[in-house]
Design a protein around this ligand. Structure first.
Ligand code: GLV
Length: 351
């Protein structure tokens, strides 16, 4: 007899022992090699399944789910979800989820590590040493910018931004300024040691500016040539959010012509391809999108995605109530509307 259990497809290798928990409730199809899918391949993989944990590599919109009548749940293993067209998923009655909180501190660590490496020219110094250029210790070699006591600017003050603020204010005695769509409650500002300012003030006053805001149409290229021109030429810029927030051509030009001292980038507009103009610069620290990449955190992210998917497919202890759903209300509305229009005929699989 055919296995009646819902089918789950796992798009990339994650942590097998965590993902295998899904086998308690579902038919499971794992992927054992890192894979790049075309949109057509993604559509084909999603066509016959009820749910899928996916990563930021997989971009899922209306076209990818058009032929997926059984699909009820997409669990993004990551906090940023600009790879998902949440509106399209909602209208199709597909519950989307992400993995917030579990990666906050690890990603804030990486943001701070990049800030320090960028300001103190760590990777440039190592390259110089490995190239055999260290003939004699000298007083004015590889001078960088101070971190302690400087002004830290944070653009985007969600959980990760707050983690970076704490590190700066409490650990390094920095004056911390932030800008965000909405201002934090005063008690939170006091707790993280940060002061709200408008965007122009942030750009003008930051010695080190860290970008931690979500990527969407309104944050696309928010750091463009005009924004960069407002920054101090001695400042550093760190991006741990999404590449598209920065106009990389303008950034490369500013770094090359002395408009900005240095940048630390963990994310890129065309990743995994990195713009040659950035690769050619010595005053840029480049990492391959590793913000949440600690052993413990990556495991916790997969566990949360497994819990989200299990609950979204109405199994496990939180059945029907995924811990971090992105569109629960919209999906409930869409499913109700379908039930109204089609009577009892609502796609049974999408109850
Ligand atoms: C990684 O960039 C994430 O959004 O989790």
């Amino acid at each position: 007899m055919a296995d009646p259990r819902p089918r789950v497809w796992v798009s990339q290798p994650l942590f097998d022992e965590v993902v295998e928990q899904l086998g308690q409730h579902f038919q499971l199809e794992m992927t054992h090699a890192v894979t790049r899918y075309t949109p057509a391949q993604l559509a084909e993989r999603l066509a016959g399944v009820d749910g899928a944990p996916i990563t930021l590599n997989e971009r899922i919109g209306a076209a990818e789910i058009a032929n997926a009548p059984r699909l009820r749940a997409i669990a993004n293993v990551g906090v940023g979800y600009n790879n998902l067209d949440v509106e399209a998923l909602s209208s199709a009655g597909i519950l989307a989820s992400n993995t917030p909180d579990v990666l906050t501190e690890t990603t804030a660590d990486l943001g701070f590590a990049l800030l320090m490496a960028t300001a103190r020219r760590i990777t440039e110094a190592e390259r110089w040493l490995r190239e055999g250029q260290w003939g004699q210790w000298s007083f004015q070699t590889l001078l960088g910018a101070d971190i302690h006591g400087s002004t830290l600017g944070i653009l985007g003050m969600g959980r990760i931004g707050q983690g970076i603020a704490r590190r700066g204010a409490l650990g390094f005695g920095m004056r911390v300024l932030y800008h965000n769509r909405s201002r934090l409650p005063e008690a939170t500002e006091a707790e993280v040691g940060a002061q709200y300012v408008d965007l122009d003030t942030l750009l003008a006053q930051a010695d080190h500016l860290v970008l931690v805001l979500p990527y969407n149409a309104s944050s696309h290229h928010i750091i463009d040539a005009a924004a960069l021109a407002k920054m101090k030429p001695t400042a550093t810029l760190v991006n741990i959010a999404r590449g598209g927030i920065v106009d990389e051509a303008a950034l490369a030009a500013a770094l090359a012509n002395g408009g900005l001292a240095a940048a630390g980038l963990d994310v890129f507009e065309g990743e995994p391809t990195v713009r040659p103009a950035l690769l050619a610069l010595r005053n840029v620290v480049l990492t391959p999108h590793i913000g949440s990449a600690s052993q413990a955190t990556r495991r916790a992210m997969v566990q949360l995605a497994v819990d989200n998917l299990t609950a979204a497919l109405d199994a496990g202890p939180q059945a029907g109530d995924p811990p971090s759903a992105l569109n629960a209300q919209a999906v409930a509305d869409a499913r109700r509307a379908r039930a109204g229009v089609g009577g009892k005929d609502i796609d049974d699989a999408k109850r």
